[in-house]
Design a protein around this ligand. Structure first.
Ligand code: N01
Length: 555
């Protein structure tokens, strides 16, 4: 690894922040292209999301044969998933397998949180400082920090007072949490809370679920994969990966869904029932116009309400569980394994905190509706400061010392969700403004890493030192992201996509809703047109060791 002896910092071509699926692939790919790469990771090992989210019932809502890297066919062939939807331990085992197989850990510093990243215009370098006081420099900085990596605790008075055990689902302990015989409060009913509730309920003496907003969920129908299913996938991986790259969501089995207008009443119900029986996230586009036609959305809403009313025995509880505050799909659709059925258990109850919020947390439990409820364990499944939270907690400064906190004061602006004007040579993987959380995220990660890698190779081959999104391109893309979202129901929900779950956060729709396939095409067109919308600058001072390092590795 090249070291600059003039500035006393460890010096690389590329610093990657994060060793989740994005950072791991960025390291592997860029290292293979001859760049010196170093990864800084806050956690104790690889895996990102799957390292932190160890809560009971944690599972991926994307089908396992698909939720994996596509960049190496040997890797695809040698790894065998056990279930339709993989559970957290199996996904973490996969991440570990990848790290071992490609010898990734030798270039990753674990338990190392980035404190600041500052661009030094004179040297054309990013200076990174870690929480441990380490200092590094690199020509390029890649933020592979994930979209859902800063857990959000609720602002409830007295939150530190509770004497029992208290957990956030995204900071779950590595050792087992014993629920047997315990009175458990679960706060939050998003994708996480809905996965955790049925599992906690099986062991706990009593589970009380505190729901602020009812959310839509469809069954996972999770099952062991048969040998035939696995064989079929492995024999046709190329085909399925190409399918993924050609769809709106990045799911191989998306597509062919009718518009509600083409169907009569019976056909509509048949389509919805088929969607429910198939289960999983594809219910999101059971009609091609689910997110744009009120009629389609209302039909799907009524259908799911009826399912909930049929599953849940107590009519009052069923009614509380029926989401009525937002269109289906405008908040992330949940995929459950027996969530609604859980409320038929004698040891489970549902408390509506939408109408009567939790007043405060006490030493023994919490106060709600004027009464104190005692608990042994409180589980916060209250989500994340999503998409921008992690980057904004670092002190990231671009040209002229401008702070990202300042630049994004009114919401994130970026070009393609990859680059930020005023922050040269800084890339974001699955950043705000890209499809990211609205698409198959591993596929989105690979697309971003490949694009960035091609860009760096192009720069190296052409003696270019710096790349920066132009203010005009950034402005136009950011407006486009908003325009496309405005044509859908997404902005109608108070969702984390909108920043609505974090008090004081600007309400701006953050992911790109235009479709992962169209987005990929646009990114490729921009690169083919010589990185249209970017300003590329030739090499500067020859005294910089980093330039030499890059050149050396290119030879
Ligand atoms: O978080 P959320 P999550 N008082 O923000 C409630 C991904 N994911 O961890 O709806 C009381 O969705 C909040 O209520 P409300 C997936 O993309 C993926 O569940 O804001 N309640 C809500 O019920 C998902 O969307 C998988 O009114 C409060 C809940 O807490 C994303 O992660 C699995 C509150 C938070 O729901 C986030 O999901 C799991 C307060 N002050 C998750 N603050 C996969 O399968 C918040 N809540 C890959």
């Amino acid at each position: 690894m090249p070291k600059a002896d003039n500035i006393g910092e460890q010096n690389y071509d590329v610093i990657v922040v994060g060793a989740g699926f994005a950072g791991m692939y960025a390291l592997h790919h860029l290292r293979g292209l001859g760049f010196s790469v170093h990864v800084l990771e806050a956690g104790g090992d690889v895996g990102g999301t799957w390292y932190w989210n160890r809560y009971p019932g944690a599972r991926c809502d994307v089908e396992s044969m698909s939720y994996s890297y596509s960049f190496d066919d040997d890797l695809q062939q040698e790894w065998t998933w056990s279930k339709r939807y993989a559970e957290q331990p199996e996904i973490l085992a996969y991440a570990n397998h990848v790290a071992n197989r490609f010898d990734l850990r030798r270039d990753i510093a674990f338990d190392t949180k980035v404190k600041s990243a500052r661009f030094d215009e004179a040297a054309g370098l990013w200076h990174i400082e870690t929480g441990k006081g380490g200092r590094l420099a690199a020509r390029f900085c890649i933020m592979a920090t994930g979209s859902l990596s800063t857990p959000k605790l609720p602002e409830i008075e007295g939150i530190g007072q509770f004497r029992g055990a208290c957990y956030h689902t995204a900071a779950w302990p590595h050792e087992e949490v014993a629920f047997a015989g315990k009175r458990v409060a679960l706060i939050g009913t998003g994708a996480t809370g809905m996965q955790a509730a049925p599992v906690i309920a099986r062991d706990a003496a009593q589970l009380t679920v505190f729901q602020r907003t009812a959310n839509f969920s469809v069954p996972a129908w999770n099952h062991d994969l048969s040998d035939d299913e696995i064989t079929e996938w492995k024999a046709n991986y190329d085909h399925w990966r190409n399918r993924e790259r050609s769809t709106h969501s990045g799911f191989h089995n998306e597509g062919g869904h009718p518009s509600i207008e083409d169907l009569d009443e019976h056909e509509r119900l048949d389509v919805l029932e088929a969607g429910w029986q198939r289960g999983g996230l594809l219910m999101w586009n059971v009609f091609s116009d689910l997110m744009t036609s009120r009629e389609a959305n209302d039909a799907a809403t009524a259908f799911i309400h009826n399912k909930i009313r049929k599953i849940v025995n107590d009519p009052e509880t069923a009614e509380l569980l029926c989401p009525k505050s937002h269109p289906v799909g405008s908040k992330r659709l949940c995929v459950d394994s027996g969530y609604y059925e859980t409320f038929n258990r004698d040891n489970v109850s549902l408390v509506d905190i939408g109408s009567e919020p939790i007043e405060r947390i006490t030493e023994n439990g919490l106060v709600q509706a004027g009464a104190e409820h005692g608990f042994d364990i409180i589980v916060f499944a209250t989500g994340f400061d999503a998409m921008t939270g992690t980057m904004l907690r670092m002190d990231v400064r671009g040209r002229n010392g401008i702070a990202l906190q300042e630049k994004w004061r009114d919401g994130p602006a970026s070009y393609l969700g990859i680059a930020i004007s005023g922050f040269p040579n800084l890339f974001t993987i699955t950043g705000p403004g890209s499809p990211s959380v609205l698409a198959h995220v591993v596929m989105s990660i690979e697309q971003h890493v490949d694009w960035i890698a091609d860009c760096l190779v192009h720069m190296r081959a052409n003696g270019l030192d710096a790349i920066e999104a132009s203010p005009e391109a950034e402005e136009a893309w950011t407006a486009h992201v908003q325009d496309v979202a405005a044509g859908t129901f997404y902005p109608e929900a108070s969702s984390w996509y909108m920043g609505a779950n974090v008090p004081g956060k600007p309400r701006v729709f953050m992911p790109y809703t235009g479709g992962a396939h169209k987005y990929r095409k646009r990114c490729n067109q921009i690169a083919a047109a010589g990185y249209e919308g970017f300003v590329l600058s030739p090499q500067g001072e020859e005294s910089d060791t980093q330039v030499l390092a890059t050149r050396r590795s290119a030879q």
